[in-house]
Write a protein that binds this ligand. Structure first.
Ligand code: SF4
Length: 365
């Protein structure tokens, strides 16, 4: 029951998701213990290195330029600013820094060179480095790998079918292509999604089919509960219940036994007991820090108090995979190709996204 399979069907996953809760928890916890230390949780710090002004129309995202939200945009941070934040994260127990930039895709040039330098700098602090920068080409993936990147995050967000109801400015297949590009290097893959966007349970199962049938499966799968932000098209979505979150975490654990299941956005809405249920159901990673890019997150001291209460230990870096070597910029084998890749621009529109775009225009006028 706990062997890694790459042929899960939607029906099988739905059957797991809908099991009586006690059976689901028992199955997930049993598989979890077989593949992981149940008392260890990996702690990552998410850092927004370039905030807001994104050209995409992701219906959940306050960083999309087209919506009117309270997010204040920032240009790309300096390497020194990032280093200072990484040192702070390390001191508070994080083993990984994940740097997020609100870009559609990475463009070769000085900004990408600066990100590569950030990757080198954090790797030299003996921390795992992850980036989430949008779509990347194979060459860019190699350049990140050479700089010492440990993981690349690129979420599938939802099922292929429901993806079209949330985002119209790029296609699901572009997401898979970026993951494929990352897989051509030794960088690990972090890819998951969001529940609570109005999707059906079948869509949650569909997303898990897409992730679990990747071979290899992603080393890390973040499960986010939507944080509905005012001004975004999904602002009126009701929060998901803790039971849905527990079911999603447990099902993810069962179908991807070796993966690190990451409890991500939405933790502020969960009680300590709810988070504990998620850990029992197989979650073994959290994001620390008071902000998750732009949305609120529990205070790191609160997290450490909960860890103490539960006897959980933060995972040390490079337990699952060796620390990547860092190649300096001048010794790089990979050139800046100045490529202008053609990522998909689907032609459909999403009514609620268009409505929010118009409302934002009126507010700004
Ligand atoms: S989720 Fe990422 S790609 Fe989508 S609008 Fe936000 S920053 Fe842009």
């Amino acid at each position: 029951m706990s062997e890694t399979r790459h042929n899960w069907t939607k029906e099988e996953i739905l059957a797991i998701y809908n099991k009586p809760m006690m059976e689901l928890l028992y199955d997930a916890a049993t598989i979890h213990r077989k593949h992981h230390d149940p008392n260890t949780v990996q702690v990552s710090t998410l850092l927004s290195i370039k905030t807001g002004g994104c050209p995409e129309d992701c219906g959940y995202c306050p960083q999309a330029a087209r919506y009117h939200t309270d997010v204040e945009g920032n240009d790309l941070m300096s390497v020194n600013q990032v280093k200072a934040q990484a040192l702070r994260a390390k001191a508070s127990g994080s083993s990984r820094v994940c740097m997020g930039a609100a870009w559609r895709n990475v463009k070769d040039g000085p900004e990408f060179d600066q990100v590569l330098e950030m990757v080198r700098t954090i790797n030299k602090l003996d921390m795992e480095v992850c980036c989430t920068l949008g779509m990347i080409t194979e060459n860019q993936a190699h350049r990140l790998a050479e700089a010492g990147l440990y993981a690349y995050n690129h979420n599938l967000d939802s099922s292929e079918e429901y993806y079209k109801e949330v985002i119209s400015t790029r296609g699901f297949e572009d997401r898979l292509e970026t993951i494929d590009n990352v897989r051509k290097t030794n960088v690990t893959v972090c890819s998951g999604g969001i529940i609570g966007m109005g999707e059906a349970i079948e869509d949650r199962a569909g997303m898990l089919v897409a992730l679990s049938t990747l071979n290899p499966q992603p080393e890390s799968v973040p499960i986010n509960a939507l944080v509905a932000v005012d001004g975004t098209p999904l602002e009126d979505q009701k929060p998901v219940s803790i039971w849905e979150m527990v079911r999603m975490v447990a099902t993810t654990r069962v179908v991807m036994p070796e993966t690190q299941v990451r409890l991500s956005a939405g933790r502020t809405q969960m009680s300590q007991e709810g988070q504990t249920m998620c850990f029992f159901a197989g979650a073994n990673s959290i994001f620390a820090g008071d902000k998750l890019l732009t949305t609120p997150n529990p205070d790191v001291n609160e997290d450490m108090k909960l860890f103490e209460l539960l006897g959980l230990n933060p995972q040390k870096p490079f337990i699952k995979k060796m620390q990547p070597k860092t190649v300096e910029a001048e010794d790089s084998q990979y050139k800046d190709l100045g490529e202008k890749p053609k990522w998909t621009r689907p032609s459909h529109t999403i009514e609620r996204n268009e409505v929010k775009k118009q409302e934002a225009k009126q507010v700004k006028a």
